[in-house]
Design a protein around this ligand. Structure first.
Ligand code: PAF
Length: 286
């Protein structure tokens, strides 16, 4: 039975009661508009703990002034029904007023350098909004484990750093990206795509797979890899915001000659819709 909790007090009381009973709690933070990718996070959460809390909160703090806060898809009834089919135990669904009673938070949690690179360049303040709300959720629910998708690799990395830097007793777990059969990574923002854009969008993952083929064939030149991805994307008329070839842990640019695990991450624009994706290349794939 899925319990919907709308206040911090009720959420905290339920979580404390589970802890008192000796249960382990896993948190899946979301902004709703749930799809199979989110449900994969919930499945993983069940493997990690015996009580699963899903939060749905479209966090105003992580949207820039010209971003899609107002049109971000809000599908609460559908989301609740999807979670009722699965085995989530509680749905934390606070209002903006509940989370930010003063309108904005005076306290901001910033993972400094990592928040300013890659997606942080075009979205200043975005990751500070994410880490602030995630820190709040961690303080409210006090989960043992928190589960995030690897599609948002930079977000996952930043949250791992936050937890380490603040000595937070939460274990952060990443879950592989779920994709459509076309290869397009599932995202709530895919709903914005026109039919034509939806047909073009799998080029993002195709580009990443092409880079993976080059990697498997022994290519280790960073710029060649970057170009392979960029060419695949721009060939179908998609505009690239960035294609980065980086260390998967530090997100710093890889040396010109690649060695060891390498992440290729990208952001691209299809009309007004901004999509991200990534692929991890490992030596064992040779
Ligand atoms: O990935 C998301 O949906 C959001 O950034 C998160 C982690 C729920 C924080 O608002």
């Amino acid at each position: 039975m899925l319990e919907v909790l709308e206040t911090i007090e009720a959420m905290r009381a339920a979580a404390r009661e589970w802890q008192r009973q000796g249960h382990r709690i896993a948190l899946v933070p979301t902004m709703g508009s749930l799809h199979q990718g989110h449900l994969a996070l919930v499945d993983q959460a069940h493997r990690e703990a015996d009580r699963v809390v899903v939060s749905i909160f479209v966090n105003p703090l992580q949207f820039g002034p010209n971003e899609d806060l107002v049109r971000y898809p809000r599908t609460f009834d559908q989301d609740r029904a999807r979670l009722e089919e699965g085995a989530a135990c509680a749905l934390f669904y606070p209002s903006a007023q509940e989370m930010y009673p003063e309108g904005r938070s005076q306290t901001i949690v910033v993972v400094d350098h990592l928040s300013r690179i890659l997606c942080g360049v075009a979205r200043p303040g975005h990751f500070a909004g994410v880490t602030t709300v995630v820190a709040k959720l961690f303080n409210i629910i006090e989960p043992d484990v928190a589960v995030f998708g690897e599609k948002d690799w930079q977000q996952l990395t930043i949250v791992k750093h936050m937890v380490r830097d603040l000595n937070s007793p939460v274990r952060v777990v990443g879950v592989p990206t779920v994709r459509e059969t076309s290869g397009l990574a599932l995202s709530s923002r895919n709903k914005y795509l026109s039919l034509e854009q939806h047909e073009a969008a799998p080029a993002l993952y195709r580009g990443l797979l092409r880079a993976q083929e080059h990697w498997r064939a022994g290519e280790r030149d960073r710029e060649v890899m970057r170009q392979v991805v960029t060419d695949s994307i721009t060939a179908v008329g998609i505009s690239c915001e960035y294609v980065a070839v980086v260390d998967p842990d530090t997100l710093s640019e890889s040396p010109r000659t690649l060695s060891g695990p390498t992440l290729i991450a990208l952001a691209a624009h299809l009309g007004k819709t901004r999509l991200i994706d990534n692929i991890l290349l490992e030596e064992t794939q040779d």
